[in-house]
Design a protein around this ligand. Structure first.
Ligand code: 4AD
Ligand code: MG
Length: 415
């Protein structure tokens, strides 16, 4: 076989020299035995530095003791490039240093495992909707208005006389899509200019957002639960080695089965009060509150019917209790915070127009959105699942910055 890869480390014991190679899919131990390979190739060993790139040819056989479970006895070796002194060594580095070298840090086994799990999460989430007849509809990134509050908008100049904003969510466009295709979803980057430094916040994150016509809150609560179960199940099926490498407690993920606990906002307040951490009715939960609530459960908890005041303008109110919105948040276990937010949308043109005014938004720029309520309005609902928080939870990592290849944070735009 011939393999191309990079040297992660090497060691020598007398007449045998070991190269541990990484090719992007895994590790393999390549052995150079004096006399079984040309002297020139054998002596190349001493030149090879960490991350040097090379190609090796030889015979592969199983070896339980070798990293990766296989060993190659090398008959020929060629070097592409002898790497300069590699900045990331096996010794401990601070996170700031590693983030400055994110472009190289991606090569390390831990980051590799997290991002392989991320891929499984994304592909399973898309498959989940594809299998149910959803149409994938890409939402625009440059938008004329806000969707999730004006305080977290990234603003750009759009050819001088207009402002454009980076999308906070594809939802409004998915609502148009649902009226055209019935069931749609988008998957893409979303932006929040949040001056927030918590371990759950990114300024650029990726979201999958389904939207369904002729659907109510219950429909999408069931859908969010089924999606989370499917995603965790896929990771357990296809990413065991990665989970093990991360030292993840797999028994905790195996418990992620239906049914999930379902509570109202009011019941969540009671949980907080019982924990000696009262929150007055009408206030939103902070990160610490969410952790207390989610710690009561081993599975993600669905919380519905928050006060309308703390939720976005597009939420429909509960006709039986107008002060609460027909909305849903899903909190992941183990203090990982909100992974899903969504709900049933206001489908009455007059009520929606009032909500737009009340939120201080310009009705003019939402005229197209109001059209959806003028021409065959129907009950409809949807949600958004944040990829990085979901991946962070599944991987059992502290901070969402490791759950995305190149994180964008309040204080990080490089590399
Ligand atoms: O709750 P959010 O703001 O909901 C929406 O944007 C809706 N328009 C979605 C919809 O109904 N189609 O965001 C949804 C999810 C959150 O639950 C969280 O997982 C993630 O997106 N999220 C963030 N992830 C990382 N960093 C941030 N700053 C995030 N803000 C939201
Ligand atoms: Mg939310």
């Amino acid at each position: 076989m011939t393999l191309c890869g990079w040297l992660t480390h090497k060691r020598s014991s007398g007449r045998i020299r070991f190269l541990i190679l990484r090719d992007g899919s895994g590790l393999i131990q390549a052995t150079l035995i004096k006399g079984e390979i040309s002297d020139e190739a054998f002596n190349t060993y001493s030149e090879l530095t960490q991350e040097s790139s090379l190609t090796v040819t030889g015979t592969v056989r199983k070896d339980k003791r070798a990293p990766g479970g296989f060993e190659m006895q090398v008959s020929n070796l060629e070097v592409f490039h002898i790497a300069e002194d590699y900045p990331i060594s096996p010794k401990e580095h601070g996170v700031g240093f590693l983030m400055d070298h994110r472009h190289l840090w991606l090569r390390s086994s831990r980051q590799h495992a997290i991002l392989r799990i991320r891929h499984a999460v994304i592909s399973q989430a898309c498959r989940f909707f594809d299998d149910q007849g959803f149409t994938l509809l890409d939402a625009p990134i440059l938008t004329p208005t806000s969707c999730e509050g004006t305080t977290t908008l990234f603003e750009t100049d759009y050819f001088g006389d207009t402002k454009a904003f980076l999308s906070q969510s594809g939802q409004l466009y998915m609502e148009a899509g649902a009226m055209a295709f019935g069931k749609v979803y988008c998957y893409g980057p979303t932006f929040r200019a949040e001056k927030s430094k918590t371990r759950r916040h990114l300024t650029e994150f990726w979201m999958i957002e389904p939207e369904v016509a002729f659907a109510d809150l219950q429909t999408i609560m069931d859908m969010a639960e089924a999606l989370i179960v499917a995603v965790v199940d896929e990771v357990l099926k296809t990413r065991q080695p990665e989970l093990e490498l991360l030292g993840r407690d797999i028994t905790k993920l195996e418990k992620i089965q239906s049914p999930f606990p379902v509570i109202t906002y009011d019941e969540a307040l009671q949980i907080l009060e019982d924990a000696g951490h009262s929150v007055p009715w009408g206030e939103d939960f902070g990160g610490a509150d969410e952790t207390i609530i989610s710690n009561q459960f081993e599975r993600p908890v669905l919380i519905h019917r928050y006060p309308s005041e703390v939720k976005a303008f597009y939420m429909k109110h509960d006709p039986h209790r107008p002060e609460v919105a027909l909305c849903l948040d899903v909190l992941a276990p183990e203090g990982c915070g909100e992974i899903v937010g969504g709900g049933q949308r206001e489908d009455d043109a007059t009520a929606l127009r009032n909500k737009i005014d009340k939120a201080g938004l310009s009705a003019e720029s939402f005229d197209w959105y109001l059209d959806l309520r003028r021409y065959g309005s129907v009950p409809h609902a949807g949600f958004g699942m944040g990829i990085e928080r979901t991946v962070g939870w599944i991987c059992g990592i502290e901070h969402v910055r490791e759950a995305i290849p190149f994180p964008r944070l309040l204080d990080r735009l490089y590399p």
